[in-house]
Design a protein around this ligand. Structure first.
Ligand code: ADP
Ligand code: MG
Length: 240
């Protein structure tokens, strides 16, 4: 059974259907890049998977548990699905360590000392073991995004969703964040990432999903998607 099973997912805002019948199975350890032009529904898709948005119809099953579109169940789901955004959304008045320890402490009720120990391990993992006491303003954008990754990892997610996590960074800082993601992928983390980093998608991802006008227009291994696109829409997108 796939870790994540998405069946006939639809989402409308008023009259506008922005996700049109999306089905996708994601196996454990898969690293999937989601590409497509602005407005094609990539963010809405990820947001429906972690319960930030309620789908209009269809169903999502994670680790054998069907996601029920109801607040209590969505809350539980959010704990198992990590999400990282373009904006880091760190608390400015808290150290990196406290930012990472906060989720386990407040959401999962883990004791302060244990949560901090765990935060240390996670910050080490993203290469920030020496900066645990720094506040966000004392860190570069790349470092702040790595703190945000550590924060997501501290909740021990089954799957990590990344929505253009390098898009707000200066070009010279993109590499350090992608290196962390690559490391997580090598460790077996299941990842779904919306990205414009085509080289990364080609080198690291097991599959690429091309979204167009609210549906999955093409999906396949990177070598197929990038070298033998089947539809004019994907050809045009890659040509840009
Ligand atoms: P992408 O991430 O691929 O750029 P989005 O998922 O953000 O696309 O948006 C898909 C479509 O849904 C767009 O047309 C967008 O304007 C619309 N949309 C997104 N969020 C909302 C919302 N909260 N209310 C109404 N329309 C929305
Ligand atoms: Mg988006």
């Amino acid at each position: 059974m796939a870790l994540l099973e998405i069946n006939h997912l639809r989402k409308s805002y008023g009259q506008a259907e922005v996700l049109k019948n999306i089905s996708l199975d994601v196996d454990r350890g898969e690293v999937i890049a989601i590409i497509g032009k602005s407005g094609s529904g990539k963010s809405t898709f990820l947001r429906c998977l972690n319960g930030l948005e309620v789908a209009s119809s269809g169903d999502v099953t994670l680790d054998g548990v069907r996601l029920i579109q109801e607040e209590k169940s969505l809350k539980r789901l959010r704990l198992k699905v990590g999400m990282i955004f373009q904006q880091f959304n760190l608390f400015p008045h808290l150290s990196a360590l406290d930012n990472v320890a906060l989720g386990p402490r407040v959401v999962s009720g883990v004791a302060r000392e244990i949560a901090q120990k765990k935060a240390h391990v996670m910050l080490d993992k993203v290469g920030l073991g020496a900066r645990v006491h720094a506040r966000p303003s004392e860190l570069s954008g790349g470092q702040q995004q790595r703190v945000a990754i550590a924060r997501a990892l501290a909740m021990e997610p089954l799957i990590l969703l990344c929505d253009e996590i390098t898009s707000a960074l200066d070009p010279e800082l993109v590499g350090e964040v992608l290196a962390v993601v690559k490391h997580l992928a090598a460790e077996g983390m299941t990842l779904l990432m919306v990205t414009h980093e085509m080289r990364f998608a080609r080198d690291v991802c097991t599959r690429v999903v091309f979204m167009h006008a609210g549906h999955i227009h093409e999906v396949g291994p990177p070598e197929e998607i990038f070298t033998a696109p089947k539809t004019p829409e994907l050809r045009q997108f890659l040509g840009q």
